[in-house]
Design a protein around this ligand. Sequence first.
Ligand code: SAM
Length: 286
Amino acid sequence: MWGVFFLGYFLLHIQKKVTSRRATPDMRPFKMNLSGNFNSYSQQSHFIFIMLLIKVMLWLVLTLSFSSIYADNATTSLYQQFPPTAEGTGKVYMGREIAHVMGYQGAAWLERENREQEERTDVLIQSLNLKPGMTVADIGAGTGYLTRKMATRVTNTGTVYAVDVQPEMVGKLKAAARQHTNIKPILSKEDNVNLPANSVDLAIMVDVYHELAYPYEVIQSVLKALKPNGQLVLVEYRAEDDKVPIKATHKMSEAQIKAEMRVHPLKWQRTISSLPWQHVVIFTKQ
Ligand SMILES: C[S@@+](CC[C@H](N)C(=O)[O-])C[C@H]1O[C@@H](n2cnc3c(N)ncnc32)[C@H](O)[C@@H]1O
C-alpha cells in the first residue's frame, strides 16, 4: 500500500515539474516562444497527451491506494493488535490473544515417550469413531504423531491429509507418508488449508486452533473442504483448569471455542471432557 502512495507522490512531483517548466521558458521541455506558447500544433498536442497520461496514472494510483486501504481494513477489522504479553503475539481475535506458532524446533516434544500417558491420545482417537474409507484432515499435523494413528484407523481405503504451515513439519509428514501410503502431506498457507473442496469427512486440529494467525479465514477454508455434514473437531488444553501445565495463551475454554465457532455455519454437536488435559469439542458443518 505504501509503495502505491509513494508512486502517487512521485507522479504528482513529475506533474508539478512539467507544469512549472511550462511557465519557465529557460527550462521548457518543448520549444515555446517567449510568451509561453507552443511553436507548433504537434508540440501542443504532445504536451496535452503527456498531461492526460499523467492524470490517468494519478487517478489509477489514487483508486488503487484507496481500495488497498479498504481491503486492509476489511481484513484487520477482525483482529486487533496490542502490546504482546510474555507468551502471546499481541494479536487479538474475539477477545483472545493468539499464541505463537510452535516452531519445528519443538518437534521432539510432540513425539515424547510419555505423551500417550499424559494426554491419553488413545482415548482421543477412539472417541473420533473413525471408519475404514473415511477422509480425514489433520490440520496442524506437526510431526504426524496423531496422523499416523488415524491413518491406521481409516485403513488403506481411506485418506489422511496431513496439513501444516511449516515446510520443516511437512518434511516430517512426508517421511510418515513413506510408511503409511494413505497419508497425503500438504503445505498450507497461514490463512488457507489448501485442501480440495468438498472432500473431507472429518477435520481435526489438536493443539492448533489457538495459534492460528488467521483463525476466521482458516475455519472458512476448512468449511470449503468439508463435505456436507462433515465434522470439525477442536482439541485444546482446558483454560478452565489451572492444573493443566500449559501456558495460558496455549489453552482455550470451551465457552471461547464455542463463541468463535458461532460466527461460522457450524453446529456444536458434543464435548468430550474425559481426557486428562484437553477437551474435544465437536461441530458439524451446517
Ligand atoms: C502444537 S503443534 C501440534 C501438532 C499436532 N497437532 C500434534 O498434536 O502433535 C501445532 C502445529 O500447528 C501448525 N500450524 C500453526 N498454524 C498453522 C496454520 N495456519 N495452518 C496449518 N498448520 C498450522 C504448526 O506448524 C504446528 O506444527
